[in-house]
Design a protein around this ligand. Structure first.
Ligand code: MD3
Ligand code: FE
Length: 217
């Protein structure tokens, strides 16, 4: 369904798609910023390297993660939480690069959330074989604030269900530069990512990165 239009990098008018109530896809919205975002990922992970975290149940996540901004999301045997420091070195997470914050704020605004002020950015790196099972994002305090997600590099298939784990899922392909803003009722819906297939992307090589911008507190 078409809600609205935005101007993409080349000045072309793009449809804003709604995936579900509150979930808005901005196809290619981040494409022009790709190289700046990639440079930001390299800068952040130079100080807070990618690592595969443990779930509270003791499994190792197949996606590798890092964070930037005042708060970072972590999981270990003690549970899921946001914290101001990187558990690998007990130092504050790296600052959120200006290009990251600017893009997230513009995307949120295009989707109807002016004044989005993310305090956490989770960076996920998927290499071939990595996936993310169906889950909800509910560790944030203010669920009225959306989550903005940015896909970079290899394409993947996103799974989007409903409010309950058993709800039927739809599969949505997400490609390089696609941005999705998850607000409204979809904010708490189950979602996940199917296994990444091998490939080679001019910007990211053999992987896909996903940035998620959150207002955790
Ligand atoms: C729908 N990441 O980091 S992005 C996550 O591709 C996460 O790395 C996936 O799920 C990834 O938590 C999916 C799309 C996404 C992110 C957050 C959501 C969809 C969402 C929060 C609520 C509903
Ligand atoms: Fe999630």
């Amino acid at each position: 369904m078409t809600l609205d239009l935005f101007d993409d990098d080349d000045g072309a008018r793009q449809a804003v798609e709604t995936l579900a109530e509150g979930a808005v896809v901005l196809r290619g919205f981040a494409r022009a910023d790709g190289p700046y975002l990639m440079a930001g990922i390299e800068a952040v992970t130079g100080s807070a390297p990618f690592r595969q975290m443990q779930t509270p149940g003791g499994r190792t996540m197949s996606a590798a993660m890092s964070c930037c901004g005042p708060l970072g999301w972590v999981t270990d045997r003690r549970g899921y939480r946001y914290q101001p420091t990187d558990p690998l070195n007990d130092q504050p997470w790296p600052a959120m690069p200006g290009a990251f914050r600017g893009l997230a704020v513009r995307a949120a605004e295009a989707a109807g959330y002016p004044g989005f002020a993310p305090d956490a950015c989770l960076i996920n790196r998927y290499q071939p074989g990595a996936r993310m099972g169906l889950h909800q994002d509910r560790d944030e305090q203010d669920l009225s604030q959306p989550i903005v997600s940015v896909s970079l590099g290899l394409p993947m298939v996103f799974q989007f269900g409903g409010a309950r784990r058993q709800d039927p899922v739809i599969r949505v392909p997400l490609a390089h530069g696609d941005v999705v803003v998850w607000g409204g009722v979809s904010r708490l819906w189950y979602h996940g990512v199917l296994t990444l297939r091998p490939g080679d992307h001019p910007l990211t090589g053999d992987c896909r990165y996903n940035l998620t911008f959150r207002k955790a507190r």
